[in-house]
Design a binder for this molecule. Structure first.
Ligand code: 1CP
Length: 338
C-alpha cells in the first residue's frame, strides 16, 4: 500500500522514504527576486502581519524550487511584538529592541502572549493549507535563549556578552525572563499547531555560545517547557548553530528531529543522538561554488545522513542572500533523484 503521509513526516518518524525530503532554512526571502519585489514597499514586520503576503511569500520557494516543505514566513520576534514589546526589524541589521531588558522590573513588564493577538498567523496558515497539497508546512518560533539574547542586548550580537553577564550575574532575573519567553513561545507555537501546521521548528540559533553545563543549567529547562508543553502530535525540530557539544542536551529538551549545522558531520551527530532523526547540513557557502562542488558535497551529506534513523536534507544554516536561486532548484532536483 502506498504511504500517503507527507515525506517530511515520514523521515521525521524514521520511516522508509523514496528519497530524503528537502527544504532550506530561509528559503523565502532575499535570495528570491520575486520576494525583493514584493517587499520593496512593505516593512518586514508589517509583511509578517498580513496573511495574504505571508501566504504568497511562503509559497514562492515552493513554486520555484519544488521543496518538500514550506516554512511559514514570519520572524522570531513577531510574538514578542504581539505581546507588546516595542521592537522593529531594521533592514540590513535585524531585530532592534527599544528598551533592552536587564532587570527584574523589565522582566515583569513582559506580558503573556494572547493567542488572538497573532490571529493573522492562524489566518495565513489556513490560506496556505488550501494551497500546499503534499508539501508539508513547518511552523516555527525562537527558543528562550535566542529570544533573550535580542531582548537583553537590544539587537543582534556577536558574543552575547550582556546576555551571559545577566545569566551568570543575576540568575533569578535570567530564569524569570526565560520563563516568560517560554510561555510566549509555547503559545505562539500552539496557535500554529492548532491552525494545522505539520511540524514545528524551535530555533535556538545562538545556543552554541554556551558550554554544555551552562546550557543544561540555564537554558534546557526552558526549552523543554516549550517542547513538552506543546500539545499535538507534530514532530518537533530543534536547531542551533555551533551546537556540536549540545546535541544530546538539545535532543533531551524534547526534539524528535535534531537540526545540525555544517560543522558536525551527520554520521558523527547520529552517534551523539542515537534514535533521533537529523536535519541538515550542507554549508550554505557551498552554494556559492561551481555546481560540481555542490553536487559532491550534497552527496556526502546524503551519505552521512543515511546513518541516522531519518534524514531531512537542509543547509547547516540559512540561505545566504547572494545565493543563485537556480543553484537551489538544481540541488532539490539532485536530492529528489539521488
Ligand atoms: O527585510 C528583510 O527581508 C529582513 C530579513 C529577514 C527575513 C527574510 C529577517 C530579519 N527575518 C526574516 C524571515 C525569517 N526569520 C524566517 C522565514 C524565512 C524562511 O526561513 O524562509 C525565519 C525562519 C526567521 C527566523 C529568525 N529570525 C532567526 C532564526 C533562524 C536563523 O536564521 O538562525 C533569527 C535569529 C532571526 C532574527 C533575525 N531577523 C532578521 C534578521 C536579519 C535576523 C538575524 C539578525 C542577527 O544576525 O542576529
Amino acid at each position: 500500500m502506498n504511504d500517503t503521509t507527507k515525506l517530511l513526516l515520514r523521515a521525521a518518524r524514521g520511516d522508509a522514504v523514496p528519497h530524503a525530503p528537502v527544504w532550506f532554512m530561509r528559503q523565502a526571502g532575499r535570495s528570491l527576486p520575486e520576494y525583493r519585489e514584493l517587499r520593496a514597499a512593505v516593512g518586514m514586520l508589517e509583511s509578517c502581519r498580513r496573511p495574504d503576503l505571508v501566504c504568497e511569500i511562503t509559497l514562492q520557494p515552493v513554486r520555484r524550487h519544488k521543496v518538500d516543505a514550506a516554512i511559514l514566513f514570519s520572524d522570531i520576534v513577531v510574538p514578542l511584538q504581539a505581546a507588546g514589546i516595542d521592537l522593529d526589524i531594521v533592514a540590513g541589521t535585524g531585530p532592534v529592541v527599544a528598551e533592552p531588558v536587564r532587570t527584574m522590573a523589565g522582566v515583569e513588564a513582559i506580558r503573556p502572549l494572547e493567542g488572538e493577538s497573532v490571529g493573522f498567523v492562524a489566518e495565513a496558515i489556513r490560506l496556505l493549507l488550501a494551497e500546499l497539497g503534499d508539501t508539508a508546512l513547518i511552523g516555527f518560533a525562537g527558543a528562550p535563549f535566542t529570544l533573550a539574547s535580542y531582548l537583553v542586548e537590544g539587537g543582534p550580537s556577536k558574543h552575547h556578552t550582556k546576555t551571559k553577564a545577566l545569566m551568570y550575574g543575576a540568575p533569578d532575573v535570567w530564569h524569570a525572563l526565560c520563563d516568560r519567553l517560554a510561555g510566549i513561545t509555547r503559545t505562539f507555537l500552539q496557535v500554529q499547531v492548532d491552525a494545522g501546521v505539520d511540524a514545528v521548528q524551535l530555533f535556538d540559533s545562538w545556543a552554541g555560545a554556551l558550554s554544555e553545563a551552562d546550557y543544561r543549567r540555564y537554558v534546557l529547562p526552558h526549552s523543554r517547557a516549550v517542547l513538552t508543553g506543546l500539545r499535538g502530535p507534530v514532530p518537533r525540530i530543534h536547531f542551533g548553530v555551533g551546537t556540536a557539544e549540545l546535541l544530546p542536551a538539545m535532543a533531551e529538551a524534547g526534539a524528535d528531529v535534531v537540526g545540525v549545522d555544517w560543522r558536525t558531520p551527520l554520521d558523527v551527530a547520529a552517534a551523539r543522538v542515537p534514535g533521533k532523526a537529523l536535519q541538515g547540513n550542507l554549508d550554505p557557502c557551498v552554494l556559492l561554488a561551481p555546481w560540481e562542488v555542490v553536487e559532491q558535497e550534497a552527496r556526502r551529506v546524503l551519505g552521512e545522513g543515511a546513518k541516522a534513523p531519518g534524514h531531512i536534507f537542509n543547509l547547516g544554516h540559512g540561505v545566504l542572500p547572494e545565493t543563485d536561486p537556480d543553484a537551489l532548484t538544481r540541488l532539490v532536483e539532485l536530492i529528489h533523484t539521488a
